[in-house]
Design a binder for this molecule. Structure first.
Ligand code: ZN
Length: 303
């Protein structure tokens, strides 16, 4: 009898022990809201963590509501990364609540306030599309790096080295963008798109940016906005305007038709990735890939 009890205890002990071992061996799990943030996590953390993104290609973060499946992912995560500055407008409350329970980082909110542009038409709000200026985005990348070190300090050196190398790649991308934009005649450096996702891009790389819909796709646009945009395109003899992968192209098509009626032929210069990247696993499914594809499309259509 005693022998049996001992065996049972040993068995319990063994199980208890093995589950502990499993816990300490399993990698931390990181959940990011957007593809841009997810890509930064992968570049810094490599295979030291498991990670996933809530919003895939073509998803509009301004309108996106968390599903039951997303809530389960958030709850399971050891660390959550989101953009903040109200980009994930319909998930703000959930993310704030999760922030009281676990390591949660609003990466873009690490950018100094004086570098943020105010959101036109919104009181006391900032424009959240910070990833289109590489210099500003580097603050977010460094913030994610710091958070990963806080999550898993044993791999500090690994994360620091990867962050340095990723920042170097971002610096070369920044230089590439400057060189490319310089190919467009100065009078043609006007970027017309569906919504104002490119304000920081324009600010950083010297382009005038005109969006039909304001900084959030939640806001509506009127006939006057379309008429104003048509006038601007004709006055400046703009050759091409752009659609976005995460925004309906209806509005931009209305502008093209309006220009044609007034005798000005404006082309669709291509699809720009604005608030979402391409398919994960492809070049445009990475931050660097989607940024350079955007710039190539803009330069090819306007130069
Ligand atoms: Zn947007």
């Amino acid at each position: 009898m005693r022998k049996y009890a001992f065996a049972l205890m040993a068995l319990i002990g063994l199980y208890g022990c093995s589950s502990k071992v499993e816990k300490s061996n399993s990698k931390p799990h990181v959940v990011a809201t957007t593809g841009m943030l997810y890509d930064a996590v992968i570049n810094i953390a490599g295979d030291k963590v498991t990670s996933e993104a809530i919003m895939g290609p073509g998803v509009d973060p301004h309108l996106y509501k968390a599903t039951q499946g997303d809530l389960a992912k958030f709850n399971k995560a050891d660390m959550i990364v989101y953009n903040g500055i109200l980009l994930e407008g319909k998930m703000s409350e959930i993310l704030k609540k999760l922030g009281r329970k676990k390591l949660t980082v609003a990466a873009a909110e690490s950018i100094p306030k004086e570098l943020l542009k105010s959101a036109i038409g919104y009181k006391n709000a900032y424009d959240p599309h910070v990833w289109f200026d590489i210099k500003r985005w580097k603050y977010a990348v460094n913030e994610i790096s710091d958070a990963l070190i806080q999550l898993d300090s044993t791999n500090r050196q690994f994360y620091e080295a990867n962050t340095r190398s990723y920042i170097t790649q971002l610096d070369s991308l920044d230089q590439y963008v400057r060189n490319q934009i310089a190919e467009i005649p100065e009078s043609q450096r006007i970027l017309v798109t569906a919504h104002d996702a490119f304000t920081y891009f324009g600010d950083a790389y010297g382009m005038q940016v005109e969006g039909l819909q304001g900084i959030s796709t939640v806001a509506d646009f009127g006939l006057k906005d379309i008429a104003d945009l048509i006038d601007l395109i004709i006055e400046n003899n703009i050759k091409a305007i752009f659609v976005e992968t995460s925004v309906s192209e209806k509005s931009i098509n209305a502008v093209v038709t309006g220009c044609k009626e007034k005798g000005h032929d404006v082309k669709i210069g291509g699809y720009l990735y604005s608030d979402a990247m391409g398919e994960f696993g492809t070049e445009e499914g990475t931050y660097i890939g989607m940024f350079s594809k955007n710039v190539d499309a803009i330069v090819n259509a306007l130069k």
